[in-house]
Design a protein around this ligand. Structure first.
Ligand SMILES: NC(=O)c1ccc[n+]([C@@H]2O[C@H](COP(=O)([O-])OP(=O)(O)OC[C@H]3O[C@@H](n4cnc5c(N)ncnc54)[C@H](O)[C@@H]3O)[C@@H](O)[C@H]2O)c1
Length: 354
């Protein structure tokens, strides 16, 4: 079993465990004096009843499945359910599911009774590699994605790659979007270990990716843990994790969160950011082509979108990372490296949009 720690000033904040079938050992981690409340969704509950049944039935909360339910209404439903079930400060919330369940359950854990313990059990590739690690929680509003939330790291993140057996190809690709992101930002994550994820992804035959997935998840978890260790509240370094995201959020909003998944939107966002990098002369055509080929190799952006550019830029300006209406963007600046640019001129920005 692999174990990775996230710490601040030597204090361990989160422990990440990665092991096939570790889900069957989940209850071994539980303490006898606590109640454990499971939050999951209808789909995961149906796929993994053996996990749900291990929880006391009056400590299980099942929410509707889908990004469109990552809103205040569902958050409120969770909070009311937890209070109705008499949750106490000493208790713990277990989030079993993808990024939607993880973000909502995480925010509920951070706010109920001013904070109870949280354990994340990610079941999608995106959640294993990214969303369950680092403590970002929250929900969407009509003004945009994740505009309400908190930083609230889980005490434990239990990653069982065997959950991926039931994940469909579409969701698998969503996770691949974030994995490609890690490959392209690896050097900016300042890890002491050189994993060369970009090389691994480029040389791997697409049919062999699943066999290598435990190793790939572990590399992504290490990279994210490293960045979070150095910058828990996104004061500086952690911003590199947003590569592709400033473009991805307007894409998701303009498609009403329905026609496109988050990971795919990130892959489209990476393509746009790379085009901007090329237009601004930060990267050469060879590296630009390498990035596009990698995204195309995993078939992450199959549909061609054409957006209203002014609407797109307006939405970018509403992003919570925007200060004084100036759009700050991460663009590739060298192999496996990204750079934050400020005050991007609108004509170059427009030229990079599809
Ligand atoms: N907190 C963060 O740092 C962070 C980072 C990246 C993304 N996110 C958020 O994560 C969300 C996207 O996460 P996601 O892609 O996991 O989406 P998701 O949670 O909607 O899961 C995708 C689909 O897969 C289903 N599913 C989950 N586990 C499964 C399994 N093992 N087998 C089969 N189906 C399964 C889900 O029920 C859902 O239908 C977005 O809301 C995004 O904002 C958060």
């Amino acid at each position: 079993m692999e174990k990775i720690n996230i710490s601040i000033n030597e204090n361990i904040l989160s422990e990440i465990y990665i092991k096939d079938d570790i889900r069957y050992e989940l209850q071994d981690l539980f303490e006898s004096n606590k109640n454990y409340f499971l939050i999951t969704n209808t789909k995961v509950a149906k796929l993994y009843p053996q996990i749900v049944y291990k929880f006391n039935s009056d400590k299980v909360i099942i929410i509707k499945d889908g990004e469109k339910y990552k809103n205040f209404k569902t958050f409120n439903q969770i909070i009311n359910s937890l209070l109705d079930k008499k949750i106490e400060r000493k208790d713990c919330i277990v989030a079993l599911g993808g990024g939607v369940v993880g973000d909502l359950a995480g925010y509920a854990a951070s706010s109920i009774l001013r904070g109870v313990e949280l354990i994340q059990v990610p079941t999608t590739l995106l959640a294993m590699c990214d969303s369950s690690i680092g403590g970002k929680t929250g929900y969407n509003t009509k003004f945009g994605k994740n505009l309400v939330g908190s930083f609230y790291p889980a005490s434990k993140i239990i990653i069982d790659p065997q959950f991926l057996q039931t994940l469909n190809q579409y969701e698998y690709k969503c996770g691949m979007g974030e994995i490609v992101k890690y490959a392209l930002i690896e050097k900016s994550c300042l890890s002491k270990t050189d994993y060369n994820l970009l090389n691994i992804l480029e040389t791997l035959q697409t049919q062999d990716v699943k066999k290598e997935m435990q190793n790939i998840i572990s590399i992504c978890a290490h990279l994210k843990a490293n960045v979070v260790n150095l910058d828990i509240k996104e004061g500086g370094l952690r911003k590199v994790l947003n590569f592709g995201h400033t473009f991805a959020h307007p894409i998701e909003t303009l498609t009403n969160y329905k026609k496109i998944s988050h990971g795919q939107a990130v892959a489209y966002g990476i393509k746009i950011a790379s085009k901007l990098g090329l237009i601004l002369g930060k990267i050469d055509k060879d590296y630009f082509d390498e990035i596009i080929n990698l995204i195309d190799k995993f078939e992450l952006t199959q549909k061609d979108y054409h957006f209203d550019k002014q609407k797109f830029i307006k939405l970018m300006k509403q992003d919570k990372k925007v200060k004084n209406q100036k759009i700050n963007l991460l663009i590739p600046s060298a192999r496996q490296t990204v750079e934050l640019i400020e005050n991007t001129e609108e004509p170059s920005l427009e030229a990079s949009l599809p």
